[in-house]
Design a protein around this ligand. Structure first.
Ligand code: AMP
Length: 285
């Protein structure tokens, strides 16, 4: 496995793979790799000849009061894990090379980025789309794999790729979970013991909604209420949002007629950790 930090070198290497018609499969990450990330790598490898994982904690997608400084960065361990799982190249750029002096460009997807996570994290998705398009331009992948865990991110990236005619196929991997249902996340390491015991409730309430949907319930208000009352009983986290929205427009639904995204965000009370999760009803993202 190669580790490349220089964006120009990375681009040169990738152009030569493009020229040789070797397919590049790409998984952008912020590191602290877990089974969720690795499942995306496996998917990328299925569709490509060369697999690339980027590891970059992108400052532009963190708000001023967010966890940029404390975000885990176990780089050597990440490289070990990635190599064992068959990754061909790690691209780990430095901020001074990604955002050098006089950098002034931003990629902004409008409207759908103002809801759900965008409402509480202003500017977050501009940071995401800007870095993802930069990474696409450097890595020049044929396919890129994103996790359903960050469902709105998937919708936003797909919008950007369609709107800007970016020649990259986007694949989506399912949410990988701990045995008790908690969605794997690099941020789970922040949780206190107390919080860790209670947070599986975040997903069990979503599972309950899936069951009610399968039994025929189509009223978004009724499905939402079930989650709301389950979360109200929690002591160690508070609800930031519970939304049932269209998977293209991210607008709230009254009745579920086609595919719906049921997305939640919670914040724990002791470690102040923000956790998100979701299920998709009646289809896929
Ligand atoms: P991150 O390192 O958190 O920026 O995530 C990098 C990629 O991994 C994103 O596409 C995430 O959606 C995806 N991802 C994170 N957690 C999971 C998970 N538990 N299951 C599947 N994919 C995930």
């Amino acid at each position: 496995m190669k580790i490349i930090t220089d964006p120009r070198e990375m681009q040169k290497v990738c152009i030569s793979f493009n020229d040789k018609k070797r397919k590049i499969g790409f998984v952008p990450t912020m590191g602290a790799l877990h089974e969720g990330h690795l499942s995306l790598l496996h998917k990328a490898r299925e569709f490509s000849d060369i697999s690339v994982i980027s590891i970059y904690v992108n400052p532009a997608q963190f708000g001023p009061n967010e966890d940029l400084a404390k975000y885990p960065r176990p780089f050597d361990k990440d490289c070990e894990i990635a190599e064992k799982e068959g990754c061909d190249i790690i691209f780990a750029p430095k901020s001074e090379d990604m955002y050098p002096e006089n950098y002034h460009t931003k990629v902004s997807v409008e409207d759908i980025t103002t809801r759900l996570c965008g409402a509480s994290r202003p500017g977050h998705f501009d940071g995401v789309t800007t870095i993802v398009l930069k990474l696409f331009t450097i890595v020049r992948p044929d396919i890129a794999v994103f996790g359903q865990k960050d469902a709105q991110q998937v919708v936003v990236i797909k919008r950007m790729v369609d709107d800007l005619n970016v020649p990259v196929a986007i694949e989506v991997g399912p949410v990988v979970r701990e045995p008790d249902g908690l969605a794997m996340s690099s941020r789970n390491s922040y949780l206190t013991e107390n919080e860790r015991r209670e947070v599986p409730l975040i997903f069990s309430a979503l599972q309950q909604v899936e069951k009610e949907y399968e039994r025929g319930e189509r009223s978004a208000a009724k499905l939402r209420k079930g989650i709301e009352s389950a979360y109200r009983a929690a002591h160690s986290f508070k609800t930031e949002y519970i939304e049932i929205v269209d998977t293209i427009t991210i607008t709230p639904l009254d009745q579920i007629e086609t595919t719906a995204l049921v997305a939640v965000a919670c914040r724990t009370t002791e470690s102040n950790t923000r956790l998100i999760d979701n299920v998709v009803l009646g289809g896929t993202l």
